[in-house]
Write a protein that binds this ligand. Structure first.
Ligand SMILES: CC(C)(COP(=O)(O)OP(=O)(O)OC[C@H]1O[C@@H](n2cnc3c(N)ncnc32)[C@H](O)[C@@H]1OP(=O)(O)O)[C@@H](O)C(=O)NCCC(=O)NCCS
Length: 147
């Protein structure tokens, strides 16, 4: 998507054309979150700190996508999901990983969680609908009571 958009000034038109042609904007919308994905907000703060090149383009594309979705899909709760800013391609600080490995890199980051779900399921060998409850200490920066 970033390759095809090329530069921030083309983002709005490119995105609007996709939505008008009944395509979905990848990495927007979520089955569960009907509001901001808190993980995406955390990543956005980091992206703003890093800044530069692809990161700035990604942030501008995100802003344009929100405008386009508000205009063309009014009333739909379509926010940025975590994959938008976790995508390796926008981040110039992760050099040397070939683009083709994007999906497996993403999958590798999920292996611990998938393994935990398998162990949970094996306990009584019934299909589980994975949910997660964090029971550990909250980081010092998180406000108290947040989960
Ligand atoms: C994640 C996703 C499947 C959630 O779908 P959903 O909550 O079931 O949303 P719906 O299918 O009910 O769609 C609601 C409306 O918003 C539209 N919509 C949903 N996601 C959209 C997107 N990313 N871009 C443009 N329009 C979108 C749908 O076309 C639909 O419009 P309509 O009512 O005019 O037909 C969907 O947002 C999507 O396909 N996103 C892009 C793919 C993606 O990023 N997946 C990774 C998610 S972790």
């Amino acid at each position: 998507m970033f390759d095809q958009i090329g530069s921030a000034d083309r983002a709005r038109d490119w995105l609007a054309e996709r939505v008008r042609a009944a395509h979905r904007l990848m990495r927007f919308g979520h089955r569960v979150y009907r509001t901001d994905d808190p993980r995406a907000l955390a990543l956005k703060a980091t992206a703003q700190e890093i800044g530069g090149g692809r990161v700035d383009l990604a942030l501008q594309v995100e802003e344009s996508a929100h405008e386009v979705l508000r205009e063309l899909k009014p009333g739909r709760p379509l926010y940025t999901n975590v994959e938008f800013l976790s995508t390796r391609r926008w981040c110039s600080s992760w050099p040397g990983i070939p683009r083709e490995l994007s999906t497996v890199t993403f999958a590798a980051s999920r292996v611990v969680g998938w393994t935990a779900h398998i162990l949970e399921q094996i306990d009584d060998n019934r299909l589980i609908r994975p949910t997660a409850t964090y029971l550990g200490e909250m980081p010092a920066t998180a406000s108290s009571g947040r989960r």
